[in-house]
Design a protein around this ligand. Structure first.
Ligand code: KG4
Ligand code: ZN
Length: 367
């Protein structure tokens, strides 16, 4: 069974073909990020226009790379939310049109849920196998999922496919958004995750003690406090008051001050999500732990989480678990493969079909 996945929720126009929910046949991602960089963030109008230009060439490339013709495709999966309205519309209208024209079943996928499904890919076609480092086994249920992206920070427990509980989420900024805002304060390029990560390598993660928010919900997060603490620290470092404008900070901060702030912020932001994931792992004793979303590409997150889960299982006298397996970082940022994989499970588990004549976008969709 082969599903074509289409993803256009933000700035990436992406399409992929996945077989049986486990085998990657193609994965084509075209980003309009180059244009957005100049604006310091994604401009929705520009993103939507570039999706229109890229969507059909990207889909055609995904079919070619998978060595598929339309007859080989059993269904179409598309992101219908969450995301930018204009961007989602391009993907959804394209998928609806293709579903009608090619007479294929259509599956409407939740972008946030799909991020976790990237972890179910355990094989790649010969032409892709060298480029993707995939785990050898699919995650086991119950599965604890940490979703950390530019728009979402959520901890979710799946008992089975499509049977899950949202344990906690952010009360304000998403973690990726906090990285992006801190990058702006430090004058580092957008997107902030990779650029803060890179800067952090030159700094001391213990240089500043930024606060970790205490939340009423056991598994909830907050990132607005640490972001404000970064701003105040940067102002204090150059001997200015709270009134000093944030956009002028970067020209006054030294290279070392920037690196120390980046490293200290990254440590605390990542610790915040790792603390809650380890806590949930201890409470729910899942069969697997998976991460997804752009921030899940972060080497610091991968390092901290593995280290803390290792320590936690030793403390409890249990075996050091092979609970956590990380997939290729390329499958963590937005892509079509995660949508195609989730689409396969929609088909395998007889989830309701979407109506190609009426499927609407859901920009604020949550888990
Ligand atoms: O999942 P994604 O591609 O798009 C959304 O659904 O939001 O995530 C994008 C986010 C951005 O905030 C970006 O700064 C962050 O993921 N990101 C990273 C890294 N790569 C991307 N954050 C930390 N470290 C990285 N290596
Ligand atoms: Zn995403």
């Amino acid at each position: 069974m082969r599903i074509l996945g289409i993803e256009t929720s933000c700035d990436e126009t992406a399409a992929a073909v996945v077989e049986d929910g486990r085998r990657l046949l193609s994965n084509v991602v075209r980003s309009s990020m180059d244009i957005h960089v100049a604006f310091g963030g994604v401009v929705p109008e520009i993103a939507a226009r570039s999706h229109i230009e890229s969507i059909m060439p990207v889909i055609e490339q995904a079919l070619r790379d998978a060595e598929c013709v339309w007859d080989d495709i059993d269904g179409i999966a598309v992101t219908y939310g969450a995301g930018l309205g204009g961007s989602l519309l391009v993907g959804v209208l394209t998928a609806r049109t293709l579903a009608i024209a090619k007479d294929k079943p259509l599956y409407a996928c939740n972008h946030v849920e799909a991020h976790i499904y990237a972890n179910f890919l355990v094989e790649a076609s010969p032409s892709l196998s060298a480029a993707y480092h995939l785990p050898t086994t699919a995650p086991a249920f119950p599965m604890l999922g940490l979703i950390v992206s530019g728009g979402h920070s959520q901890l979710v427990l799946w008992r089975d496919h499509f049977d899950y509980t949202l344990l906690g989420q952010t009360h304000d900024d998403a973690i990726g958004e906090a990285f992006d805002k801190v990058a702006k304060i430090l004058g580092l390029p957008y997107p902030g995750g990779p650029s803060v990560s890179k800067k952090a390598m030159e700094g001391d993660p213990q240089a500043f003690r930024f606060p970790k928010a205490r939340m009423p919900g056991r598994y909830d997060f907050s990132f607005s406090g640490v972001k404000t603490a970064v701003l105040r620290t940067a102002q204090a470092q150059i001997g200015e008051t709270h009134q000093f404008p944030s956009h002028k900070l970067s020209e006054r901060l030294s290279k070392l001050q920037k690196a120390d702030i980046a490293a200290s912020f990254q440590r605390v932001a990542i610790e915040t999500v790792v603390d809650k994931t380890v806590l949930a792992a201890e409470e729910f004793k899942p069969g697997s732990i998976v991460i997804g979303g752009g921030v899940a590409a972060s080497p610091e997150l991968r390092r901290q989480l593995a280290e803390r889960l290792h320590a936690s299982s030793k403390d409890s006298g249990g075996q050091v678990p092979s609970l956590i397996q990380y997939t290729d970082p390329k499958l963590m940022t937005d892509n079509g493969a995660m949508i195609a994989t989730l689409g396969c499970y929609h088909m395998l588990k007889d989830q309701p079909l979407a109506d190609p004549y009426t499927l609407d976008i859901a920009p604020n969709l949550s888990m």
